[in-house]
Design a protein around this ligand. Structure first.
Ligand code: AAO
Length: 497
């Protein structure tokens, strides 16, 4: 189902990667709701393996041990409390659902799991679900290793193990039932939908069956007969045997071309120029608007996992990142997702980060640190909180203000400067050329003085940033210097002073 069920005209999801439930609950109340965020993608809430080698990697959460709700992010009680508190302020929760597999085949045997459940990877025994050996698709896989060896073979990709993760047989009624039971429990608790992990590795028909078993959303917070929002992780940069088109009828799909291409544009690689984005969206052979979830980076490709490669822009390149995220949020295409990361000790050897496994900021006992908030509203203790960067937060608000308006008044200089409006509700001007520029443009907005929400924002009747004077015929003069903190400007109907 393609509708995110955002409340109160909100439009954007933030991925609070590896945050604790208690921190997310507080963030919904103190920041996300007042700033107009539509929802939060959370890390997988179910029981996962706990690994020593490497020490507590972030990716242990993509190795389920059971569907019990205790994880590195907190207990079931904390999880329930988060859902209630976020829903009460109109912020939806989307669960990262890992249903393709259980832990890695080399995961061992014992109680090294987040709720302490016993399991055996070698015997494929997970009594807390329970799953046992015949619930896995071992006999279907035709590769000698049992792992996916060739992405060109659609049978391998669906029936063999993704990086040795024990592959569930979703053709079985019992397995479908257990997965649906887990998802329905979450729906009962009040979640609004799911980011479904590794969909390329599941047959569309199996997913259709599982989704068909899902209940409607909890009517305490959602209208009657609302189906859960589904967005499916399918990596399709083109050129593989499996295409995103096999999944779009089931729900939205992650559009990985978006961040890969936008990265090239803002980095000016492959002779890309910003003005080529005049046809951004379907014109760049992305999936249709109504099917796409878009993002500049995600938790995988910000650290070299997954796909997109080196063109992906992340918080490490903060100036470029704010421009790329700003552009995404201004542009009408897709349901937008903003990344919120933690920082780690990167260590590149021959182009590969040796520390790409590092988990979230943690205490000496291994528990995840709480997110601390500095007086200037940024975060501390290693939490990056891109979603709290003024430029990004204010563009999330921009997207809400212009929601439903078409893209209008496009302008470019045939190179790396562009500007466009969203009807009479908002206007953005950005450039990535090493020069200063002065232009007068038609904004399509009503006359008056507006506060630029990138260099500052409207506070009461004051503007802490640049002021933009729009004449009665809608024209305004823009001047940005490459020495400015950010080479873009954005105004919207609610930033008028
Ligand atoms: C860990 C260890 C493994 C170990 C395993 C089991 O790292 O060495 O074998 O445990 O013990 C995450 C981590 C994994 C981790 C796993 C489990 O990323 O490192 O394994 O948790 O702890 C594929 C999938 C896609 C997946 C992505 C990472 O299709 O679904 O790999 N993403 C999700 C999650 C992710 C998670 C899992 C799935 C598993 O977001 O966090 O893994 O639950 C091609 C294919 C893609 C494929 C990539 C990477 O992409 O198209 O489908 O993604 O390769 O293998 C160009 C191409 C592009 C290509 C790309 C990379 O860009 O155009 O198509 O190159 O080659």
């Amino acid at each position: 189902q393609h509708n995110p069920h955002f409340k109160r005209g909100r439009t954007t999801i933030v991925h609070l990667f590896e945050w604790r439930w208690s921190d997310i609950a507080a963030e919904c109340e103190r920041f996300l709701a007042p700033k107009g965020f539509g929802g939060v993608q959370i890390s997988p809430p179910n029981e996962h393996i706990v690994l020593d080698q490497p020490w507590r990697p972030w990716w242990q959460r993509y190795q389920p041990i059971s569907y019990d709700l205790c994880s590195r992010s907190g207990s079931e009680e904390e999880f329930k409390d988060m859902i209630i508190r976020c829903n009460n302020v109109g912020v939806n929760i989307y669960v990262d659902a890992v249903i393709n597999h259980m832990c890695g085949s080399g995961g061992g045997e014992g109680n090294h799991s987040s709720c302490g459940s016993w399991f055996s990877a070698s015997k494929k025994d997970f009594p807390s679900v329970p799953y046992s050996a015949w619930d896995f698709s071992v006999n279907k896989c035709r590769t000698s290793s049992g792992d996916i060896e060739n992405y060109g073979d659609i049978f391998q990709v669906r029936d063999c193990r993704l990086v040795s993760l024990l592959d569930l047989d979703l053709e079985k009624d019992y397995v479908r039932g257990k997965v649906a039971e887990y998802m329905n429990k979450l729906i009962d608790l009040g979640v609004a939908g799911f980011r479904v992990d590794a969909c390329k590795h599941m047959w569309p028909g199996d997913l259709e069956n599982v989704y068909g078993r899902l209940q409607n959303l909890n009517t305490t917070w959602f209208p009657r007969d609302s189906k859960p929002f589904i967005f499916q992780e399918v990596i399709d940069l083109g050129g593989e045997a499996i295409s995103y088109t096999e999944y779009v009828h089931l729900g939205r799909v992650t559009e990985f071309k978006y961040g890969a291409k936008l990265g090239k544009v803002f980095r000016k690689w492959d002779e890309e120029k910003l003005f080529y984005t005049r046809t951004w969206g379907e014109g760049w052979s992305f999936m249709s608007d109504g099917n796409a979830v878009v993002f500049v980076d995600n938790h995988d490709n910000q650290r070299g996992h997954g796909a997109g490669g080196s063109s992906i822009i992340t918080f490490w390149d903060s100036r470029l990142y704010k421009m790329a995220v700003g552009y995404m949020l201004a542009h009408p295409y897709g349901v937008t997702r903003v990344m919120s990361s933690y920082s780690w000790n990167r260590n590149f050897v021959n182009g590969k980060d040796q520390n790409d496994w590092m988990g979230p900021p943690s205490n000496t006992n291994g528990s995840t640190k709480s997110v601390s908030v500095n007086p200037d509203q940024t975060c501390g203790d290693g939490w990056v909180c891109e979603h709290r960067w003024r430029q990004i937060t204010n563009m999330v608000i921009f997207r809400n203000v212009v929601n439903g308006q078409p893209q209008t008044n496009w302008w470019d200089n045939q190179s790396n400067q562009v500007a466009f409006g969203r009807g009479d509700r908002g206007f953005i001007y950005c450039f990535s050329t090493p020069s200063t520029l002065n232009v007068t443009l038609n904004t399509g907005m009503s006359g008056g003085t507006y506060c630029d929400v990138i260099s500052g924002q409207k506070e009461g009747n004051n503007c802490t940033g640049k002021q933009i004077l729009v004449s009665d015929d809608g024209h305004a003069h823009f001047k940005i210097s490459n020495l400015d903190e950010d080479p873009f400007v954005a105004i919207h109907a609610e930033s008028k002073i």
